[in-house]
Design a binder for this molecule. Structure first.
Ligand code: ZN
Length: 468
């Protein structure tokens, strides 16, 4: 039921815009008080602040469930990414994203709760937007089950497993046991899908034949690495009776594995990434320093895979687009003597993720507006247990918005404007539809190209039980 119009107005009113939700698109004004949506209808009362959204699309704030901004993981080496929670979430705000999902890796002797506390403090001090945290399950040891269980029950329901990690390969049974425990507590299993045997064989074969230059990176990681691990991950999840979330799926053959598992009754979600929607492995036909910029895991694929991923996104076979943002600089991305093995993996693309998906998806007719909103906001909110606090424009939800101007167009800049990565793999592309405003809990944090937010304003969003 709609609350009555407030006679004194509201903290913030968004007027004249077109509201988009997965269920439909309609004209409505919005009233916001104390950071929460208090009315969706028309007309709005006069607010202390009024955003004129005439001609614009009022979308729920974007949720990027896959970022690496706490810049600390065990195998990182010396090239620590330039972007941290502060700079990375400036890029997020500029790109219409109001919630990120970052990954927590325990370092050294840390317990998982200690690692979560460290990352949470870092995020609370630096972020410009809200955040949720996913737990990476490291090498199994005594006491880990209890740590994971306590975290899942206290608002960190998504746990991530890397299928190629040695301990997963040798102690698979115990990982399934752990996932079954997480399932009973209502959690979600996220899987990084690479098969260790094929990965190692391929790595050795390329090294033995002297093909270690960066341009060989895509060929060194054939789709079978991803396909085999995706199949195994889905079987782990099926046996553990836990919903599966496949991160950064890159190819048709891996998607087929997901469809087969769903046909057998599995609850399986798929995330893909801007790289695989907008680029092909042709980018590697280049000199090493150039090619290095495109190195992520999995590698870029061919044109047919790109076409299939767009179809999957449109039809609902693919649920989510996440950036997998890692903000390296050019100097970090390639140093003389680097091979495809030593180039640090990851690409900064949070700032352009939403506008590019709008431009290349909605403007081209491949995605409906409603589907776009499902993919960038409502879907991830549901999957990560953040709904309806996040991901929807409804009374009682957090007042998070990306107000997108579909008539604005300009080229992607040579470098991230608000992040610290000094190159952009999409530089020069003409993009139609950029965020005019980003609003987080009722605060205008981005307007007309400028960030208006203080670092440290972001809050932790705890995930609720995910499984039924
Ligand atoms: Zn990642």
């Amino acid at each position: 039921m709609m609350p009555p119009l407030s006679r004194d107005g509201c903290d913030l009113a968004i007027v004249g815009g077109t509201v988009v939700t997965p269920d439909g698109t309609y004209r409505a004004d919005i009233e916001i008080n104390d950071g929460v949506i208090t009315r969706v209808g028309e007309p709005a009362t006069t607010g202390s602040t009024v955003v004129d959204a005439k001609g614009m699309l009022v979308l729920p704030g974007g949720i990027d469930g896959h970022t690496h901004l706490n810049s600390a993981w065990p195998s990182m080496g010396e090239r620590k990414p330039a972007d941290d929670f502060s700079s990375g979430t400036r890029a997020a705000a500029a790109g219409g994203i109001t919630t990120i999902g970052d990954f927590v890796y325990a370092l050294g002797e840390e317990t998982l709760p200690e690692a979560v506390e460290r990352v949470q403090k870092d995020a609370e001090a630096k972020t410009h937007v809200d955040f949720t945290l996913h737990i990476v399950v490291p090498t199994l040891r005594d006491g880990l089950d209890a740590e994971v269980a306590a975290l899942v029950e206290s608002g960190y329901p998504s746990v991530k497993v890397y299928m190629q990690w040695p301990d997963v390969v040798t102690n698979g049974a115990n990982y399934i046991r752990l996932l079954a425990l997480v399932a009973r507590l209502g959690g979600l299993a996220m899987f990084h899908c690479e098969d260790r045997a094929i990965l190692e064989y391929s790595r050795q074969a390329f090294a033995e034949s002297g093909r270690t230059a960066v341009r060989y990176y895509p060929a060194s990681k054939p789709v079978d690495i991803e396909v085999a691990a995706t199949a195994q991950a889905l079987s782990f999840a099926a046996v553990a009776q836990i919903p599966a979330y496949i991160v950064h799926l890159s190819c048709a053959a891996a998607l087929d594995q997901v469809l087969a598992a769903r046909a057998r009754g599995a609850q399986a979600f798929v995330e893909t990434r801007p790289l695989y929607l907008h680029l092909t492995d042709d980018c590697f036909d280049s000199v090493d320093p150039e090619a290095a910029r495109y190195v992520g895991t999995p590698p870029l694929r061919g044109h047919e895979d790109v076409v299939r991923l767009w179809k999957g996104l449109s039809s609902g076979q693919i649920d989510v687009v996440g950036s997998d943002h890692v903000g390296f600089t050019i100097a970090q991305k390639y140093q003389i003597g680097d091979t495809f093995e030593t180039v640090p993996k990851g690409v900064a693309n949070m700032e352009t993720m939403l506008p590019m998906l709008f431009s290349e998806g909605v403007k081209t007719g491949r995605l409906t507006l409603e589907r776009f909103v499902e993919v960038i906001a409502t879907g991830p909110a549901r999957i990560f247990g953040l709904y309806p606090q996040k991901g929807v424009i409804a009374v009682g939800s957090d007042a998070d918005f990306c107000i997108l101007d579909p008539s604005s167009h300009h080229k992607v800049a040579e470098r991230s404007i608000h992040g610290l990565s000094d190159f952009d793999v999409f530089a020069g592309r003409e993009i139609f539809g950029w965020p005019a405003y980003t609003i987080s809990r009722g605060e205008i944090i981005f307007q007309d190209g400028h960030i208006n937010a203080q670092a440290g304003r972001g809050r932790l969003v705890r995930g609720k039980r995910i499984a039924a």
